[in-house]
Design a protein around this ligand. Structure first.
Ligand code: ADP
Ligand code: MG
Length: 259
């Protein structure tokens, strides 16, 4: 699927500028356990990269490094033109531009749907409450949940909660969205709604790095697919090639288990 080039006007036009991501020779260990053994990958601005691979291969750790939730021992991560692994980097400022959606939605149970989408805007971005609410309502509308604004997370299905989590992330005007198995914890009948929103974000030109086991989504939406195993990138390329005719035996073995 093709996306608007970074310089082209984007439909909607309401996203903060989409940023590219470059990861170079990233190494991350926990004690003596080396989890990432020299990962390199890039996501061009406005493109979608799906990261696939078996459990324990380091996919979540990689996303957490990109989001600065973990500090790698070696290697560089650049978002847009900013090297985020530079010890001088303003981590808080950079993190604001990266939206993250987790397998477990991590909504605040004691806050309404609307408040879940405004609290960080007010605290972190210092927006006026009224402005934050206007933006939150627009993003809830975008994920099809405008009428749930005054409800609470436990009144929503898993799929609806995940859509709120996406609206919350979008309300921060991210230049980049990271998704870590966003549909893995959902009932099968709600998976499609969440994937549909991710498809529309991709079509609007959001830069997205998506860990997923949804191979149909990856094949349809991803510009590139990266297959990781054992802390290394085993194979990467256009989605149709990596999923449709993988070169490496390890990729074929993995796909035969998930397809
Ligand atoms: P994936 O997301 O591909 O399933 P993870 O990145 O979650 O893989 O984990 C990769 C490896 O790193 C696993 O062996 C996991 O047990 C280990 N690991 C992840 N986080 C930590 C941590 N905070 N401390 C120690 N080991 C960890
Ligand atoms: Mg994981």
């Amino acid at each position: 699927m093709s996306h608007p080039s970074p310089s082209a006007p984007r439909p909607g036009g309401d996203l903060a500028g989409a940023a590219s991501v470059a990861v170079e020779d990233l190494h991350k260990s926990y004690g003596s356990l080396e989890v990432l053994k020299g990962i390199s990958l890039t996501v061009a601005a406005g493109q979608v990269v799906c990261l696939i691979g078996p459990s324990g291969s380091g996919k979540s750790t990689l996303l957490r490094c990109v989001n600065l939730l973990e500090t790698p021992q070696k290697g560089r991560i650049t978002i847009g033109d900013v090297e985020v692994t530079d010890p001088e980097a303003d981590v808080d400022r950079l993190r604001r531009h990266v939206g993250m959606v987790f397998q477990q939605f991590n909504l605040f149970p004691h806050l309404s749907v609307l408040e879940n989408c405004t609290v960080a805007q007010v605290k972190v971005l210092k927006r006026e409450k009224a402005e934050a609410e206007r933006i939150a309502r627009a993003n809830l509308e975008r994920v099809g949940l405008a009428e749930k604004a005054d409800g609470y997370p436990d009144q929503l299905s898993g799929g609806q909660q995940q859509r709120v989590a996406i609206a919350r992330a979008l309300s921060m005007d991210p230049s980049l969205m990271l998704f870590d198995e966003p549909t893995s914890a959902l009932d099968p009948e709600t998976v499609g709604d969440v994937l549909a929103i991710m498809r529309s974000l991709a079509a609007e030109g959001m830069t997205m790095l998506v860990v997923t086991h949804e191979m149909e989504f990856a094949r349809d939406v991803a510009d590139r697919v990266v297959f990781m195993d054992g802390g290394v990138v085993v194979e990467e390329g256009p989605a149709a090639e990596v999923i449709g005719s993988p070169r490496e035996a390890r990729t074929r073995a993995f796909l035969s288990r998930v397809l």
